[in-house]
Design a protein around this ligand. Structure first.
Ligand SMILES: [Mn+2]
Length: 261
């Protein structure tokens, strides 16, 4: 994560919008359309749009920018950054391999795993949220292995077609798993991990009592004691669901509020 921004400061004259877990993919055109609309809106009236991970359902590699799963969103981001909007991307568990080539092609700023945000004096600590789900032991092991330095290099140097096959297989297995288990308690953020995140935030960003993350797909604002608040962002789904969902939060010098997609 060397060279990635871990501190963002805005003057607060315009809001900063934060989204996560869009899970964009070629078979989700309605979700993409909503995201494009969200980008347009941010371009008109926001200082920045920050994406806290899982922008894409999967990341095959930075050499896959032309694929139908990626290209439309990449084009929309490029148009927005060309027009002067700041767009930041913090890695999710599905697309943490997004790298410099994507950043160059889209004008998006790559962010670190945890980011200190200051909007006109209001402070918040940002993360994807997967590291908070410490009861998901299998995933945490998977995360440690896949984040080993060098492994990304190896993956990125295999044939693109082979990576596409691997991703398709993973996607099938994941769909199967989701059908059989649903949303489980052990997939949520745990109290010790939340406490540790607030402690880090207070140390690195004095006065910060606000934590914002996604990943769990359980949108809510939690009172964590001593005035501390934890905002959990919604995932986005507008394709083939009876209950469409999306949106995120907006930060101003006054604080945090929800916005809908
Ligand atoms: Mn996630």
């Amino acid at each position: 994560m060397a060279g990635r921004l871990n501190h963002l400061r805005f003057d607060g004259r315009r809001p900063v919008r934060i989204v996560s877990d869009l899970h964009l993919w070629g078979d989700r055109p309605a979700t993409l359309a909503r995201f494009e609309h969200c980008i347009e809106r941010a371009r008109a009236d926001a200082a920045a749009l920050l994406i806290l991970g899982d922008l894409f359902e999967y990341w095959v590699g930075d050499d896959d920018l032309g694929s139908a799963d990626i290209a439309p969103a990449a084009r929309a981001l490029k148009a927005a950054t060309d027009a002067g909007l700041t767009v930041g991307f913090l890695p999710g568990n599905r697309d943490f391999l997004i790298g410099r080539r994507f950043a160059r092609a889209t004008g998006v700023t790559l962010l670190a795993d945890e980011v200190a945000l200051d909007v006109g004096g209001f402070r918040a600590w940002l993360m994807h949220g997967d590291t908070l789900c410490t009861d998901d032991v299998g995933y945490q092991r998977f995360r440690r292995i896949t984040r080993l330095p060098g492994l990304a290099w190896v993956w990125n140097h295999t044939a693109l077609a082979w990576r596409h096959e691997r991703i398709a297989a993973m996607r099938r297995a994941s769909k199967q798993r989701k059908r059989s288990t649903g949303l489980q308690a052990w997939m949520d953020a745990t109290p010790p991990a939340i406490a540790a995140a607030f402690a880090t935030a207070a140390r690195r960003l004095p006065g910060c009592i606000t934590l914002i993350h996604g990943h769990t797909h359980r949108p809510a604002v939690h009172d964590e004691g001593d005035g501390r608040r934890r905002w959990v962002l919604p995932d986005w789904e507008f394709d083939g669901t009876p209950e469409p969902r999306g949106g995120g939060v907006e930060i101003t010098p006054e604080g945090v509020r929800w916005f809908s997609a």
